[in-house]
Design a protein around this ligand. Structure first.
Ligand code: URA
Length: 241
C-alpha cells in the first residue's frame, strides 16, 4: 500500500511526523538508493528499501509502544466516560487497530504495551507462556517469612482459585512515616486484580501498585509518568527471553 514517506518514518515510532519531515528535507533519506527530499512522496514500504542516515529502515507494519501509565486511566481501547491509556499517544503514533496488550487496574501505574499486533499480544498474555510480570506494591502492614512462603506455594484467592507460585521480596518501607512496606512481587499469570487479591488472601491491603517489568523488558526509568515511546525489536524480544 502506498504511504507518505514522512508517515512511514514516524510510524516506526522513532520520530515524530515533523522530525521525519525535517530529516527527509535535509537529504538524509534514500529510497531505493536515491535521495528523496519530499516528505509527501508516496512509497510502498514493503517493496522499497528506505535508508535513514545510511541505515536501512526495517519497516514493520506493526508498532509496539511502551507506556508509563499514570493512575486514573483505563487500559482499554476506548471508553465514552473515563479517559484511557490510548489518550497518552501523541498524534504521530495513533492509527487504527491499536490496543493495550493486557490490563492494569485504573489505579495501578507503570508498564503497559500498546500495539496493533494481535498475535504478539496473545503470545505475551497467554497463561501457557507464563511470562513473568513484576510489580512494586506498597502494602498496609509488613509481611514476613510466613507470607513469603504462602506466595511461593501459591496463594488461594477468596473464590477458591489457587495461584501459581509467586516470588515475594521485601524492598523497604514506605509512606509518610515509614509505616507501610514496599515489596516486589513476580507473577506468571494475569487474573483479575490478581496482586491485590493475593495480598488480601494474606490479610494485607495494597495501597499503591506499579508494574515494573514484563518478561525481560523493564519499564524505562527515563520515561516520565504518562510518557510513551516505541520499542526496538531487541526490546520486544526481551519480553519472551
Ligand atoms: N494485579 C492487580 O491487582 N492489579 C493490577 O492492575 C495488576 C495486577
Amino acid at each position: 500500500m502506498l504511504q507518505r514517506l514522512d508517515k512511514i518514518l514516524s510510524s516506526q515510532g522513532r520520530a515524530t511526523r515533523s522530525e521525519a519531515q525535517r530529516i527527509i528535507r535535509s537529504g538524509k533519506v534514500t529510497v531505493d538508493g536515491a535521495v528523496c527530499r519530499d516528505p509527501s512522496a508516496k512509497i510502498e514500504p514493503d517493496r522499497c528499501e528506505i535508508s535513514v542516515n545510511g541505515n536501512i529502515l526495517r519497516y514493520s507494519r506493526y508498532i509496539y509502544i511502551m507506556v508509563n501509565k499514570p493512575a486514573g486511566l483505563l487500559c482499554v481501547s476506548r471508553d465514552t466516560k473515563v479517559p484511557t491509556v490510548m489518550e497518552l499517544l501523541p498524534a504521530e503514533m495513533r492509527r487504527p487497530g491499536l490496543f493495550p496488550a493486557g490490563r492494569l487496574d485504573k489505579d495501578t501505574v507503570g508498564l503497559v504495551i500498546i500495539t496493533n499486533d494481535g498475535d504478539f499480544a496473545h503470545k505475551m498474555l497467554s497463561p501457557k507462556k507464563g511470562i513473568v510480570k513484576r510489580y512494586l506494591a506498597l502494602i498496609d502492614r509488613p509481611v514476613g517469612d510466613e507470607e513469603i512462603k504462602a506466595f511461593s506455594e501459591g496463594t488461594s484467592l477468596g473464590d477458591g482459585t489457587v495461584c501459581r507460585p509467586a516470588e515475594l521480596v521485601v524492598r523497604g518501607c514506605g509512606g509518610t512515616d515509614n509505616r507501610y512496606q514496599l515489596v516486589e512481587v513476580a507473577i506468571s499469570e494475569g487474573r483479575y486484580h490478581q496482586v491485590k487479591r493475593m495480598f488480601s488472601s494474606v490479610g494485607r491491603t495494597v495501597l499503591w501498585l506499579k508494574r515494573i517489568s514484563i518478561g525481560g523488558l523493564q519499564l524505562d526509568e527515563n520515561l516520565e509518568e504518562g510518557g510513551c515511546r516505541g520499542l526496538t525489536r531487541e526490546e520486544i524480544d526481551l519480553i519472551f527471553a
